[in-house]
Every structure is written in structure tokens, then in C-alpha cells.
Design a protein around this ligand. Structure first.
Ligand code: T3D
Length: 268
């Protein structure tokens, strides 16, 4: 096991190839200040580069998952005429995180341990698979502070739950329980809180022992399919399958099938 040192994250690379990333500002429900944003960007870049990392598991410390932007760092005085440059904040801090989660060619699992609000909800939506505890909830808080849903919410949420439900959640900013999130397809699994991390780790380990390159290509294919016409997509899919077909894991998968045994994937 290898541990990496950050101020607002606890990061540990397990022998299984799972990189566990714990958002660690529990007294602020793990809200994003600048440090947390930049540290998360850094850790995702490390995950991309390090071949020992074969799955990322993201969760939060304490009773919250992530309460979105740290609003205390956005406080105004009564007659303040200054306004923050939120476009710059989104481009420099949130955009790299969401893009890296979607384009990282390794599975990313999210264990939502508590409330996920604003950009914290978007963070969970950008992961590949969401398990949530019964204490989790999801809030599109942006409208409550007069903002547009950001960090990919307007793209990701309607695809997961449908346009009508997404508009309801984004326009009202109402809290969605873990059960409702499961019912509408926002999360993949709902678990008792005491089982969340054990089950999330077991699932992450399963993914970490899988054909890593194929997971990566699968993510590339899905990203492309969401944004292109069918004919262009089908041609792109053929290119990706050409790459997958040349991996050792494909050879191992076919040999294991023919030899009637369980494949042992090396992520190559
Ligand atoms: O600025 C930009 O760069 C633009 C990008 C914007 C992206 C966004 O995410 S906008 C949306 C920002 N987030 C929110 O609006 C959520 C604000 N938080 C809440 O509405 C509530 O805290 C929750 C519904 C999430 C949880 O409520 P509850 O009652 O369980 O907890 P609490 O008592 O409100 O919070 C506990 C502590 O966490 C508290 O600190 P204290 O008083 O004990 O010292 C609270 O202030 C702190 N906290 C919670 N959320 C934030 C926060 N501190 C800073 N920023 C937060 N977002």
C-alpha cells in the first residue's frame, strides 16, 4: 500500500490497484476550496499516469460527501461592488476535474457517504458508477444561490434521469433521498451505511482486476457516442475495437474462454 500526502485529501494506493481518494474537509462537508480542487486535479493526473492504478474509488470523510463550492470563500460584504470571476473559477478548477473523470481511461467508482450538493453532486455524476449509503442525498443547490448548475450537471443529469426529472431537480433545488436517486437511475446501488465502503472497495477491486485497457476504450466509446451521429460513432467504434483486439487482455480473455477457466487480466 502506498499513501500520498495532501492537505485536503487522503489518498492511498492499495495492493489491489485501487486508488482510494477521500475528500477530507469533514467540518465543511468536504466543500471545494481552491486547495481541494487543485489537489483533486493533481491526484487524477497521477492516477492517469501510474500503471499501478487500475481503478479509482472516490468518497468523502465524515457525514458529507461534498457540499460543492466553499461558499465561505465567496462571501461578500453588504456594499461590496466587487464580483468574483466564476467563469475563470469553473475553467481552472471544476472543468479539469470533470473532464479528467470522464476521460480517465480507468474505471472511477464513487461511494456517496452523505450529502452531495452543487458541484459535489456533479462530482458524483461524473464518475462511472455510484454506490450510495442510505444517509446520502443529492441536491442541485446551484439555483438556491442564484447560479446555473455547473461542473457538467446540465449534461450529465438529464442523461441519467431524463430531461423532465432533471429540470425538476435543477429548477427546485430540492433534496433527493438515496432511495429516490436509486429509483430514478441517478445511482447504481443503495446500501446500508455500515456496508458502503466494504462493498464499494470489493466492487472497485473487481474492476481493478479487469481488462483495464478495454474499460478505458469503453469510456472513450461512450463519450464519443453521447456526442456524435450513429454513422460516425460506428466507424469510431471499429477503430477502438481494433486497439482492444491487440491487447494481451483480449488474448487472455479468449484463451481463458476456450480453456474453460477464469481469465487473469494484467491491464495490458
Ligand atoms: O464559486 C464558484 O467557483 C462557482 C461554482 C459553484 C459550484 C457550486 O457548488 S454552487 C453550490 C454551492 N453549495 C451549496 O450551495 C450547498 C451549501 N450547503 C448547504 O446547503 C447545506 O450545508 C447542506 C444541505 C449541504 C447540508 O446541510 P446540513 O444542515 O446537513 O449541514 P450544515 O449545518 O448546513 O453544514 C455543516 C457545516 O458545513 C457548516 O459549518 P459550521 O457552521 O458547522 O461551521 C456549514 O457552514 C458547512 N458547509 C456546508 N456547505 C458548505 C459549507 N461551508 C462552505 N461551503 C459550503 N458549500
Amino acid at each position: 500500500m502506498t499513501a500520498m500526502t495532501y492537505e485536503t485529501l487522503l489518498v492511498e494506493l492499495k495492493a489491489s490497484g485501487v486508488l482510494q481518494v477521500l475528500l477530507n474537509r469533514p467540518d465543511k462537508l468536504n466543500a471545494f476550496n481552491d486547495t481541494l480542487s487543485f489537489e483533486l486535479i493533481d491526484v487524477l493526473k497521477q492516477a492517469e499516469k501510474n500503471p499501478e492504478v487500475r481503478c479509482v474509488l472516490l468518497t468523502g470523510a465524515g457525514r458529507g460527501f461534498c457540499a460543492g463550492q466553499d461558499l465561505q470563500s465567496r462571501s461578500f460584504s453588504q456594499n461590496d461592488s466587487e464580483r468574483p470571476h466564476l467563469g475563470e473559477s469553473i475553467r481552472n478548477r471544476y472543468m479539469p476535474i470533470i473532464l479528467k473523470l470522464r476521460t480517465l481511461e480507468k474505471p472511477v467508482v464513487c461511494a456517496v457517504n452523505g450529502v452531495a450538493a452543487g458541484a459535489g453532486a456533479s462530482l458524483a455524476l461524473a464518475c462511472d458508477y455510484r454506490l450510495a449509503s442510505e444517509h446520502a442525498s443529492f441536491i442541485q443547490s446551484f439555483i438556491k444561490v442564484g447560479l446555473v448548475p455547473d461542473s457538467g450537471a446540465c449534461s450529465l443529469l438529464p442523461r441519467l434521469v431524463g430531461l423532465g426529472r432533471a429540470m425538476d431537480l435543477m429548477m427546485t433545488g430540492r433534496k433527493v433521498s438515496a432511495q429516490e436517486a436509486l429509483d430514478m437511475g441517478m445511482i447504481n446501488q443503495l446500501l446500508p451505511s455500515e456496508e458502503l465502503m466494504e462493498k464499494a472497495m470489493a466492487f472497485s477491486q473487481e474492476l481493478a482486476s479487469g481488462p483495464t485497457k478495454a474499460y478505458g476504450l469503453l469510456k472513450r466509446a461512450v463519450n464519443k457516442a453521447m456526442d456524435t451521429d450513429l454513422a460516425s460513432y460506428l466507424s469510431y467504434e471499429a477503430d477502438l475495437q481494433e486497439i482492444a483486439g491487440r491487447t494481451d487482455d483480449f488474448k487472455e480473455g479468449v484463451m481463458a474462454f476456450v480453456e474453460k477457466r477464469t481469465p487473469v487480466f494484467q491491464g495490458q
